[in-house]
Structures are given as C-alpha cells and as structure tokens.
Design a protein around this ligand. Structure first.
Ligand SMILES: Cc1cc2nc3c(=O)[nH]c(=O)nc-3n(C[C@H](O)[C@H](O)[C@H](O)COP(=O)(O)O)c2cc1C
Length: 374
C-alpha cells in the first residue's frame, strides 16, 4: 500500500470518538483521512447519483406519528433473524475492500460487530480471507456471494465459507454488469498495490495481479451477466446454509426468489451504485414486505443513518436493516473502535427513538406509526 492509497494516520482516540454523535460527522472525518480514490470509491454512486441521494431523502421525508403515555421505562431492542440473536435490528452490509480504510480491514470490523452483538455480512470482495475473519468473529458471520462464470470455483468457495463457520449467505443479484460510477473513473479506482481480493485469489478467470481502472476493468471478472433464477435454485440445492437474495426492488422478483428457495430477501439497490433511477429502498420495502414477509424475513439497506430510519424500516415490515458506508467511515477514523462507535451511535439513537415513539418492544413498532390516525 502506498501513502496515497491510505494516508498513514493514527486512529482517533477514545476521547475523540466519544465526542462524535452523528454518522455524517464520521463521513467528514473519513473524507479528510482517506485518499481521494478511496473516498470516491466508498462514497460514490452510479450515474447522476439520483438513487444514491433518494435512498436517504426517502427515509428523511417520512414522519413518525409517535404515541404518548406509554410506559417505556423498560425497553428491549433485541431481536432475532433466521435464529440469529441481534442486540438490535442491525447488520453490517457487505462492502468491499476494508483494507483501503484501515490496515486491519475486515478483521477490525468483525471484532467491532462481535463486541456490539450484531452480525456482519462479509463481501466476496473482502481484502481479508473469510477464514481469518471468522477466526476473530464473536457474532454471526454471513457471506455475500457473487456467482461468476466458473461454477466449480463458486462451489469450492461455498465449501470454504461453510467450513469457516458462516451462518447464512446473501446472494447479490443486482450486478449483471457494474454500474458506471464517474467518481471512480475520475480518481482512477484500482485495487491498491499490496491488497488482494482474498476470497477469490484462486479464481481461474481472475487477473494475475490487479490491473485497469474503474470497477468494470478491475473487478469485471467477479460477476456474470448470465445469472438467472435457475442459478438461485442451483445454489439453494448446493448448501444447507439459508440463502438470502440481495438487491431486490420488485414484489414479483421477491416472490420468485422465495419460490426458488430463498430464505430471506434483502431490499437493496447496492447503495445507489448500480441502476441510477432505481427506486429508493424505503419506497420498495413496504410492497415487498407485504408480498413475502409472512414467509421469510425482509432486510433493507440504503441510506440508513439514524435510529429513526431503523424504526421506519421496521414499521414498514423489515425484520432488520443493514448499513454500508457508515461502517467504512468508522473504520477509516479508528479501526475497530471507530466501527464500534458508529454502531453505538445508531444503537443509542434507536433506543431513544423507541422511547420517544412509545415503543417499548420491537413488536410494538407497527405500520400505524407512519400514518396520521384517522
Ligand atoms: C464501497 C462499497 C462497496 C460495496 N461492496 C459490495 C459488495 O461487495 N457486495 C454487495 O453485495 N454489496 C456491496 N455494496 C452495497 C452494500 O452492501 C449496501 O447495499 C449499501 O452500501 C447500502 O447502502 P448505504 O451505504 O447507504 O448504507 C457496497 C457498497 C459500498 C458503499
């Protein structure tokens, strides 16, 4: 790694971290600390970034019609997802290349998730091997899979993931090709020298060393445009691990995924990085939850930055939410401690919002909170 890939800086101290109260402040800190290329890769979206910005504004525009005079002196935000215990309804979304943010990369993220009691979804494109991440994990690890052209390799990778102790898979389906992200092109995105896409190193159609600029050139070999429903059936038949399907925005696709064997749906548009013009996830969620939430859990990600956003997602039918970029901002600021502070800010905010909304339990977060009572 060269200094321009990640400026060598010491982590923020615990005292400095405890004076940060907002996720957006972490983003500003990460912007100062990361190289231009790394920040552009993490922050950017596809096209004119309309979906990227609407992901956030759609949550912001909803009001919470809070209840009063409810005894909220005892509250619990604990919940479960596919039999996994969650200290509150949050997972870390799969994001690539954590070592661009911090030298300890995905291991630091996993340790922070372990101490906070929330699961981490590890990206196929992690810079640390899945075995090494699982070795330091103290909370459930899920694995995000891209199915590439070489199904033999996918099967091998799956067996590694199972042996390492992952508890579930998220199959990403919104990447037949990579979205065009102008910020990445302008800053010359590439996999930094000295880093590897650790889980895919032995892939036969992978590059010998990483060359090219932009995600399509550097990581185009990791995905295939031929993926279709029979591949989901194939995957579900290949493993006992529950397969969630990530990147769904339509009810018919959600229903088909469940018919093909999916045990969960992740409503996601890849954080606005794929199809610009896709609906914000807050808009897609209630339709999908209505269609499939009685059969399988529904997770949502995209633009979630506040405890209130989590409450809104649950009121719309989600079992839990995922966050992507905020984790990368925390990692850039202070490795494990930075990620832990990001999670704590959201946990405390969610608890406060539950109290202020008259919701002592997860079960009391219902749809009527988002509509003015008649
Ligand atoms: C830098 C970055 C890398 C990502 N890498 C992956 C990935 O490898 N696999 C995947 O399924 N999604 C990936 N995503 C999408 C996230 O899993 C998630 O859908 C998105 O970040 C949620 O939006 P948010 O960042 O606004 O929270 C990535 C997102 C970002 C920002």
């Amino acid at each position: 790694m060269t200094t321009s890939d990640r400026a060598i800086q010491t982590d923020l101290t615990s005292e400095q971290l405890s004076n940060i109260y907002r996720i957006d402040d972490f983003e500003a800190i990460a912007h100062e600390r990361l190289s231009e290329m790394a920040f552009a890769y993490y922050a950017g979206g596809a096209g004119d970034e309309r979906t990227l910005s609407r992901n956030r504004s759609a949550w912001e525009e909803m009001s919470i019609w809070y209840r009063v005079m409810v005894d909220v002196s005892k509250r619990s935000s604990a919940t479960t997802l596919l039999d996994m215990p969650l200290s509150f309804p949050l997972l870390v979304a799969p994001t690539a290349l954590h070592k661009m943010a911090h030298s300890e990369g995905e291991s630091a993220t996993a340790r922070a998730c372990g101490s906070a009691g929330i699961p981490m979804v590890v990206s196929s494109l992690s810079t640390t091997a899945i075995e090494d991440i699982c070795a330091v994990a103290r909370s459930p690890i899920l694995f995000q899979l891209y199915i590439g052209k070489d199904r033999g390799f996918t099967t091998e990778l799956l067996r590694r993931v199972e042996r390492a102790g992952c508890v579930a898979l998220q199959l990403t389906v919104d990447t037949p090709v990579w979205g065009l992200r102008e910020r990445e092109m302008k800053t010359g995105f590439c996999v930094p020298h000295g880093m590897s896409i650790a889980n895919l190193d032995r892939k036969s159609d992978g590059p010998k060393g990483h060359t090219g600029v932009g995600i399509a050139e550097t990581l185009g070999w990791t995905i295939t445009a031929s993926l279709c429903w029979k591949d989901l059936e194939w995957l579900c038949g290949l493993t006992k691990l529950p397969v969630m399907v990530k990147g769904i925005c339509r009810t018919d696709d959600a229903q088909t995924a469940v018919r093909c064997g999916a045990k969960g749906i992740v409503v996601s548009n890849h954080g606005g990085r794929q199809l610009d013009g896709a609906p914000p996830t807050a808009e897609a969620l209630p339709r999908i939850a209505q269609a499939v939430a009685s059969r399988v859990p529904v997770i949502v990600d995209g633009g979630i930055r506040h405890g209130g956003d989590i409450l809104k997602a649950l009121a719309l039918g989600a079992t839990a939410v995922q966050i992507g970029r905020p984790i990368l901002w925390g990692l850039s600021a202070a490795g494990e401690n930075g990620v832990r502070r990001v999670i704590d800010i959201l946990a405390q905010d969610f608890d406060r919002v539950m109290a202020l909304s008259g919701c002592p339990t997860i079960a009391s977060i219902t749809r009527d909170l988002l509509e003015p009572p008649r």
